[in-house]
Design a protein around this ligand. Structure first.
Ligand SMILES: C[S@@+](CC[C@H](N)C(=O)[O-])C[C@H]1O[C@@H](n2cnc3c(N)ncnc32)[C@H](O)[C@@H]1O
Length: 267
């Protein structure tokens, strides 16, 4: 299997050096403000805890709808055989499993995730399905790949967890070739008519499900809180534009509970 070129050995410079967390600044961790330098560890603890039951919980929490949302996101990638695609925050590999058949036999799929437990499950699921893919553990804010390499980058339900989203978006823009596209699938702002019901579900039912199924209520409370502090549809589109993406747009799914953002690197 071909491995993508990386700049892992390079000294931090440019965007890499600037991406180091600042101990004096804070980041949101759900509804808490924590030192920027601590957020990635806390998010890491959440995903190490939920990894064994992650796929089951996704089905239970969304009634299986996350599968349709992921299929829609992959459709928007408009992939062709032979293309190179990077799935950032790949987790247990749901998106990568759908991406792989669209670019093979001559293409390339790489999974990247900051969390070893999630990444290993993702890599193993692809291998079990006969879909070998590269898997690299790294932070979305400091990715070890060369510039102008990928035709498409996806990130599903991952951006919300990244400490400085603007750094991750700039990184993804850097790694795309001209004409490449970024697809972000993420929780977003639900239509206001549904907000009370959605709040009752996410702050009442989700932590309870988390406790019963994964033995961890706190991580699912974090999930509900992190959705509330994540940029809404228009704010995220603005972040795309600031990171250099063009023709940025989005598609609401399930009344805005989830949105898929798309942006292109044109030059
Ligand atoms: C909710 S899971 C999504 C997994 C998968 N993409 C999916 O759609 O099912 C979020 C993933 O983001 C990863 N993650 C969190 N912060 C990250 C970061 N800064 N860089 C890379 N991955 C990160 C977590 O380890 C976790 O695997």
């Amino acid at each position: 299997m071909k491995h993508p070129p990386t700049n892992r050995d390079a000294e931090p410079h440019g965007a890499f050096a600037a991406a180091r967390p600042d101990a004096a600044r804070t980041a949101d961790f759900g509804f808490q403000a924590v030192p920027e330098a601590d957020k990635a560890h806390r998010v890491g603890a959440v995903f190490s805890s939920v990894a064994p039951r992650y796929d089951l919980m996704n089905d239970l929490m969304s009634g299986g709808m996350h599968r349709l949302w992921k299929t829609f996101a992959v459709e928007l990638c408009a992939l062709r055989p032979g293309e190179r695609v990077l799935d950032v925050a790949a987790g247990t590999g749901d998106l990568a499993l759908k991406l792989w058949p669209r670019v093979m036999p001559a293409g390339e799929v790489v999974l990247a995730d900051i969390n070893e437990a999630m990444l290993l499950r993702g890599r193993d699921r692809l291998l079990d399905a006969g879909m070998p893919a590269g898997a690299i553990r790294c932070d979305a804010e400091r990715m070890p790949f060369v510039s102008d390499h990928f035709d498409c980058i996806t990130i599903g339900f991952g951006l919300r967890n990244v400490t400085r989203k603007e750094n991750a978006l700039r990184e993804m823009h850097r790694m795309l070739r001209a004409g490449g596209r970024l697809i972000v699938l993420e929780f977003s702002r639900v239509h206001r008519a549904l907000a009370p019901l959605y709040d009752a579900y996410s702050f009442g039912v989700l932590p309870l499900l988390g406790r019963l199924v994964a033995g961890d209520a706190a991580s699912y409370r974090y999930l509900a809180e992190s959705i509330r502090v994540h940029p809404d549809q228009n704010q995220l589109r603005d972040l795309f534009v600031r990171a250099g993406f063009e023709r940025a747009d989005y598609f609401n799914l399930a009344a805005g509970m989830v949105a898929v953002h798309r942006g292109f690197k044109l030059g």
